[in-house]
Design a binder for this molecule. Sequence first.
Ligand code: C5P
Length: 231
Amino acid sequence: MDARDRLIVALDLPGVKEAEAMVSRLGDAVTFYKIGYQLAYAGGLSFTDALIKSGKQVFLDLKLHDIGNTVSKGVESVAQTGATFLTVHAYPQTMKAAVEGKRGSKLKILAVTVLTSYDDNDLTEAGYKLGVGALVGQRAGQARDLNVDGLVCSAEEAANLRKIVGPGLSLVTPGIRPAGAAKDDQKRIMTPEKAISAGADYLVVGRPITEAADPKAAAEAIVAEIKQAKV
Ligand code: C5P
């Protein structure tokens, strides 16, 4: 895979106008964009089409979770947008329904095992018996068995998850910071080179690019770091 295609820029911006301006500043340095809650609920779903028509790939980070029929029909609709990745929460019913819903399309389903803002106490409070490590492992195994296409995980989890899911699933990792960059609110961060060397296939990067004085140069520097990694 071209190093450039491993970088996914998170368009965590308030509206389509801001997103269009960022995409135009980044030009051919970036080929893959992530649209999450903020932009999606501000008209960003329709921006997917424009991005795809201009030759970019789109990751819709919508983290779906509902009854199976609703998930499956929702994913059928998302598949028609031409997006490449869609996230769902890693509940067996939800993952199964999503895999059914995308059938026959090029859409790939990524499962979010346990949100990285959750620790063991949060899981206990939410009624779970397992701690974070055990639940992540259990859900990764279920994702593999249900033919999910990939997992969103922290770069720290990548090496361990690779052992559980094998080579067939894509590992997509946020929490990436080039050496010396601000951590923002991320707690567990890794450099682009280390994350790829640890087994990540794609890196999701937001603020280190979108808030840089020169976003295009920041993106190019990250791609250069990806090229240094041993894969
Ligand atoms: O700006 P920053 O590089 O921290 O953005 C990371 C992106 O990845 C954000 O869109 C954030 O919502 C997303 N993400 C994350 N941690 C997760 C899952 C998604 O930071 N566990």
